[in-house]
Design a protein around this ligand. Structure first.
Ligand SMILES: NC(=O)c1ccc[n+]([C@@H]2O[C@H](COP(=O)([O-])OP(=O)(O)OC[C@H]3O[C@@H](n4cnc5c(N)ncnc54)[C@H](O)[C@@H]3O)[C@@H](O)[C@H]2O)c1
Length: 321
């Protein structure tokens, strides 16, 4: 058992105005964190997601770039901090537009945070990896020992970040863990092109009266997890996972893009055309996760996909401006 209890602690969430990060901030406040310091440059983050969190009076927001070592050094010198959750990233799709920058963000932010950890400026780091580091499944279900074969600079940067975390633990015995979510979905996920994922972009197109699109055969599959399940698992895992360890987070259910699109189309009673687009280069084909490790270490709770999808699509209906 680690001494990583959230209650009464001062916690930094890097990327805390984003999709998963903002839900994590809400949950940390519910768990009794004394202060949550958010660092987010609002690249895709949105202050609307933090409305309740900021109203709690226990949040501080730095709208700034966590790639700046000077900024990070300032914050960690100014505040007393116990724990850090690192979720900062520029969406996978961005790596097709600006490959080097997508890679650099994933690596630079975590190196800054690892340096602060090595210097003793806080106690524990929880770093967010991604299933993208595995590339297409070479065996299924994919457990934590699955080889890392990143197919994009986004994923290559995330894989490099994971290796950096592991090597700092190995070299300096610092307290850091890695959580590796598979594809998340849920309220607050960015729906604006060109960076949005399939669920939000399809919802947005239908709600705005445009035709949804499918890339390639539509047989590419993903293992989706509802965002609040991810956050619940991260909070539980953080308290128990041994330093240097990584844990996958997903539902263990695969859905292909064609079926997913049909579910969204049916939910909104859309009857128009579906536009066929060419296959996207470097797209991972299959992701199917093994949850064996996480299920052994926490009471792992999962929302049925149909329930999560319905609440997500309702949220877009109410929030797409
Ligand atoms: N969403 C998913 O399906 C998924 C799946 C697996 C892993 N993850 C991982 O979870 C984490 C959160 O993902 P998300 O979906 O919430 O993404 P998101 O884009 O919604 O959140 C990332 C946040 O980081 C911020 N950011 C980007 N560059 C920054 C910088 N230089 N300095 C400060 N802030 C910066 C963005 O503004 C944004 O708010 C990421 O590490 C991602 O790799 C996400």
């Amino acid at each position: 058992m680690n001494n990583r209890l959230i209650k009464d602690k001062h916690i930094v969430v890097v990327g805390g105005a984003g999709f998963i990060g903002s839900h994590l901030v809400d949950r940390l406040l519910t768990e009794g964190a004394a202060k949550v310091i958010i660092i987010d440059n609002l690249f895709t983050g949105n202050m609307d997601h933090l409305h309740d969190a900021m109203a709690s009076g226990r949040c501080v927001m730095f709208k700034d770039d966590a790639e700046s070592f000077h900024l990070i050094n300032y914050i960690f010198s100014e505040f007393s901090i116990d724990f850090v959750f690192n979720l900062a990233t520029k969406a996978l799709n961005y790596s097709f537009i600006n490959p080097a920058d997508a890679f650099a963000t994933n690596v630079t932010v975590v190196l800054n945070l690892l340096e602060m950890l090595r210097l003793g400026k806080y106690k524990s780091l929880c770093h967010f990896s991604t299933s993208e580091v595995y590339g297409t499944a070479v065996y299924e279900p994919m457990d934590e020992a699955h080889p890392k074969n990143p197919t994009t600079t986004y994923a290559a940067g995330k894989a490099a970040a994971d290796l950096a975390v592991e090597s700092y633990v190995n070299m300096f015995d610092v307290d850091a863990i890695i959580v590796r979510p598979f594809n998340n979905y849920g309220p607050r996920q960015n729906y604006l092109p060109p960076l949005a994922g399939i669920i939000p972009i399809t919802a947005m197109r239908i709600l705005k009266g445009d035709s949804p699109e499918i890339h390639g055969s539509g047989l590419q599959s993903r293992d989706f997890i509802y965002v609040l399940d991810t956050v619940d698992a991260v909070i539980k895992v953080f308290e128990v996972l041994a330093k240097g360890e990584t844990v996958n987070l997903s539902t263990g259910n695969q859905i292909n893009m064609k079926d997913l699109l049909n579910q969204i189309v049916n939910f909104y009673h859309y009857e128009g055309e579906i536009v066929q687009k060419p296959e996207r280069g470097a797209d991972v084909f299959t992701h199917n996760c093994s949850n064996e490790k996480v299920s052994k270490i926490i009471n792992y709770q999962l929302t049925p996909f149909e329930t999560g999808l319905a609440s997500t699509l309702e949220w877009y209906q109410n929030n797409i401006k």
